[in-house]
Design a protein around this ligand. Structure first.
Ligand code: MN
Length: 262
């Protein structure tokens, strides 16, 4: 079996679950480990992740999670972690901490005779997206893309890494908390097949003859399992703090979506 999960947002200052959430996540990974060949985490496993040049004591809160991943890797399970927009600032630290393979870019894999496109999903847009949205929506999207560019700037990343972790974390976790609170107060439900960026992106890939059987994303914190006309399926994997979504690909190439309960 191959398992997929996404968006745990561990360490969030907007959610007072702390260890209970981390424990449930570990239980879920433990359940998967019974028959997993690989486990793919599709981004934003942390609400804020930054690798400073100075030791960051706050990272100790994630020790149980990393310990579990190390255990799975030792058992021979391939554990993959994609960076999301909340945890893109890793510079080799996560590999070192737990032995998971970190992916900085989307990728396509072939497993059990099926092709799967995997990505966190932030920043993926169809080519001519501008025509599809209202002025207000366009403004929102442009703002997100601009912020994303800033966050990816090597110079700014370097400056941020020089900060004392206590200061940097105040900024980072604080920013993430505000974005989570905004989302809780004003959730953005599924926009429909003609507006949801990730669906449009997948449709465009199909049109460009880059066919994949399955497209898997995180990022949106909504659950979606949509069949396209080309026979492909688009899955958006919900989250691992409220919905506890995961997907499973069995050795016949059948992909199913589930909610973990313990
Ligand atoms: Mn995200």
């Amino acid at each position: 079996m191959i398992y997929f999960l996404s968006d745990a947002h561990l360490g969030s200052w907007a959610m007072e679950r702390g260890y209970a959430q981390q424990k449930k996540l570990i239980d879920m990974l433990e359940m998967m480990s019974k028959d997993a060949v690989s486990i793919y985490m599709l981004g934003d496993m942390f609400d804020f992740w930054m690798e400073y040049f100075i030791h960051d004591k706050q990272k100790h809160q994630y020790s149980p999670f990393f310990k579990e991943i190390r255990k799975l890797v030792k058992q021979g399970i391939h554990v993959h972690m994609f960076v999301g927009n909340h945890d893109m600032w890793t510079f080799g630290g996560i590999e070192k901490l737990c032995g998971a393979e970190v992916h900085y870019e989307p990728c396509t894999i072939i497993r059990y005779g099926r092709s799967l496109y995997l990505s966190h999903g932030d920043g993926l847009m169809p080519e001519k997206w501008e025509q599809l949205y209202t002025v207000r929506e366009k403004k929102q999207i442009r703002r997100f893309m601009k912020l994303r560019k800033i966050f990816q700037s090597p110079f700014l990343q370097f400056c941020f890494r020089c900060l004392p972790p206590a200061w940097g974390n105040k900024l980072g976790y604080g920013w993430a908390k505000r974005s989570r609170e905004k989302e809780l107060a004003n959730p953005c439900p599924y926009k429909g097949e003609n507006k949801e960026e990730l669906v449009l992106f997948a449709k465009e890939q199909e049109k460009l003859n880059n066919h994949r059987d399955y497209y898997l994303f995180g990022h949106r914190h909504i659950e979606l399992d949509l069949q396209l006309e080309t026979g492909s399926r688009v899955l958006i994997l919900g989250d691992c703090f409220r919905q506890w979504t995961y997907a499973k690909l069995d050795h016949h190439g059948v992909l199913t979506m589930h909610n973990y309960e313990n």
